[in-house]
Design a binder for this molecule. Sequence first.
Ligand code: PEP
Ligand code: MN
Length: 265
Amino acid sequence: MENKLDLLPLELPGYKLERPMLIAGPCSAETEEQVLTTAKQLAAQGVKIFRSGIWKPRTRPGAFEGVGTVGLPWLKKVKEETGMFISIEVATAHHVYEALKFGVDMLWVGARTTANPFAVQEVADALAGVDIPVLVKNPVNPDLELWIGAMERINQAGIKRLGAIHRGFSTYDKTKYRNNPEWQIPIELRRRIPNLPIITDPSHISGKSEMIAEVSQEAMDLNFDGLIIESHMCPEKAWSDASQQVTPDHLKLIMDDLVVRQSAI
Ligand code: PEP
Ligand code: MN
């Protein structure tokens, strides 16, 4: 099958992305104070793109499923007060409309959504005629075609500023990772679509804060383009993914230690 995507550089207004492109912020928006405090600490470290989950796809019912739309004004405030760009996960047409209403700058499709072509198509249809950068996480299962197919659906809706997020793959085996990186899959994605930016998510790959640096370095050694890292002002108190989040200070140490050979996105 042809592997053509009609792409434009993954840029944001007034901001040309350098390598590594860094997206950081908490797994979930919890309270206005947690969002604003974390965001200000990250902005002080030079982070330009803020992430935060508003609707959280949880494996089992009963866990914290995100604050929902009430959190979007908090993110708008982050944008106004820090100048950072805002990015969130969208999984339904409703999420897309709400995100656009509140001036979200960048969207991403989560791993569970990428695994479902009906859901991806719904998101794609909601994006028709909209010009916003979209990142597509790999599906939870190690299926490169499903990942590419999701990006094709979004691209065919007219989204040209597109990127892939490599967040590792579910496995029933016990490994040192939360989600097995299977590096050969994003490497094959790069071979097939060389101009598609690949952003690694060391947080969801490793599942633990101590391993973020190692996985980030592997991604840079493979010449991938960016990192999306979960950062919370107080990781041990996080309402989701507590074990894998790092403080903004810890994030700075990780980024300062990273060895990055320069090559353009
Ligand atoms: C997240 O980014 O917090 C998330 C839910 O990730 P994933 O879709 O990779 O599981
Ligand atoms: Mn998370």
